[in-house]
Design a protein around this ligand. Structure first.
Ligand code: GLA
Length: 448
């Protein structure tokens, strides 16, 4: 949407935030003040990209399987002003230092591992390879409560990647609400070293208000992806609960799971030579696949049999790869996503809930990505009246879980779960209801 010079902040934000717009104004005003202090007065473009919560389909995306995320109303905002050169100046309201500068080029050098600017450098490099971009002055504003909490499985990093990509694409008129763009954003995030999949970027770019997004992560031969916008039953809410245990560096563990899945594919090729991803054996009964998969192996042992796992940053040659159980999770999780779609279509909320809880057990036992705190939250939640099911959400190793709860029971569940958790772990968990928000967008330009 493009707005005239008379547009106020409320005019610009209203179409996106609707009735909650008033809660957003102060956050944008503060960011505008910071932007003007850093870069001087003049027009400012506003962009946003949401975080996401994954309803079901965990660690299936990089196996070309199925996922069902929803975008959150918590988002990363970027304020931008194009420049006449090829310099990108980037600042972050959460980092009080002067802006960092780098040149837009086909190869942009990374900052040290873990630095926030890498989530801008990756998409900048990706788009600089595709288009003749102008430089820009940028300010990232993604701090909670309206921003996406970091390192808790709600995809704050992909929200920064997508917000940056949408900002830069806008400068040259590249459309962003497309599968091809989402795929490029996922590729751009590999810049930081984690071998994640495409779910977060599709969720951030292509979701609709009040809907989850079913995505088949296997592209069709023409490059298109199957997506469906899935309304959630009005009788129930998705309550997101942050365990407060955050693992900042899960890259090593994450990449070991990627390696185990790739190992599974390589070993299954003995019987199914044409497969490239676990998805390709989704129609084969699991019990026919299991005999090909070892309980545990290592990259070194695989190399000795002629199997190479490809580029997986940080993978130790002797790290144990739990091929059988990791692949078992992926195969069954894909089946659960499809069963969830059927149960949602049939309005069978107790079946949906049971699938969520089953997904948690599989993530805990077969993918080994849960924690004591998340298990406690899930076990406590499913014993409460009105709860249909519960599971960890996101990559795992801490962070958030999600509860499907009857709308009338939300407050009681929040109170009882909060008290039980605080009694056991000495701090109350943060909780919020998922309001499925629209995808990333250019909101408008403020002339000041
Ligand atoms: C992270 C990755 C996603 C996905 C999830 C697990 O969020 O970025 O691509 O693999 O973990 O489902």
């Amino acid at each position: 949407m493009s707005l005239t010079s008379t547009a106020t902040l409320t005019d610009i934000l209203e179409p996106c935030y609707g009735p909650t717009v008033a809660q957003q104004i102060a956050r944008y005003e503060e960011a505008l003040t910071d932007f003007h202090a850093l870069y001087g007065s003049g027009p400012v473009q506003l962009f946003r990209a949401p975080g996401r919560v994954n309803v079901i389909g965990e660690h299936t995306d990089y196996n070309h399987g199925f996922v069902l995320p929803a975008a959150l109303d918590k988002d990363v905002v970027i304020l931008a002003r194009p420049r006449s050169d090829r310099t990108l100046r980037v600042a972050n309201v959460e980092d009080a230092y002067a802006p960092l500068e780098f040149e837009l080029a086909d190869e942009i050098a990374p900052a040290p591992r873990g630095h926030w600017s890498n989530y801008l450098r990756g998409p900048a490099q990706m788009l600089a390879r595709q288009a003749d971009l102008p430089g820009c002055d940028l300010l990232v504003a993604g701090a909670p409560p309206h921003g996406v909490p970091r390192s808790v499985g709600l995809s704050s990093s992909s929200a920064v990647v997508v917000a940056t990509a949408v900002t830069l694409a806008h400068q040259v008129g590249l459309p962003h609400a497309t599968a091809a763009f989402a795929q490029s954003c996922a590729d751009a995030e590999w810049y930081v070293g984690t071998r994640g999949g495409i779910m977060d970027h599709f969720a951030a770019l292509l979701t609709r208000r009040d809907h989850a997004l079913f995505l088949d992560c296997r592209a069709s031969p023409d490059g298109s992806y199957l997506t469906r916008h899935i309304p959630f039953p009005p009788s129930h809410r998705l309550l997101v609960v942050d365990s407060g245990v955050h693992h900042d560096n899960i890259r090593g563990e994450f990449n070991m799971r990627v390696a185990a899945c790739r190992a599974g594919v390589a070993l299954l090729q003995a019987a199914y030579p044409h497969i490239t991803h676990l998805r390709d054996v989704q129609d084969v009964p699991w019990l026919s696949l299991a005999p090909y998969l070892p309980e545990v192996t290592t990259a070194r042992q695989l190399t000795q049999t002629g199997i190479e796992l490809g580029d997986i940053p940080g993978l130790e040659p002797d790290a144990p790869l739990h091929v059988l159980r990791n692949c078992r999770h992926v195969w069954h999780e894909n089946a659960r996503v499809l069963q969830t779609l059927d149960a949602l279509a049939a309005g069978d909320t107790s079946a949906v809930g049971a699938l969520l809880t089953a997904a948690h057990l599989s993530a805990r036992d077969d993918y080994a990505i849960s924690t004591t705190e998340l298990d406690f939250l899930v076990n406590s939640a499913i014993s409460l009246p009105g709860v249909a099911g519960a599971r960890l959400t996101g990559a795992g190793w801490g962070g958030c879980m999600l509860i499907m709860v009857d709308a009338g029971a939300v407050e009681a569940v929040q109170a009882q779960l909060g008290a039980a958790y605080a009694a056991r772990f000495d701090h109350p968990p943060a909780m919020f209801i998922c309001q499925a928000a629209p995808g990333a967008a250019y909101l408008g330009t403020l002339n000041q």
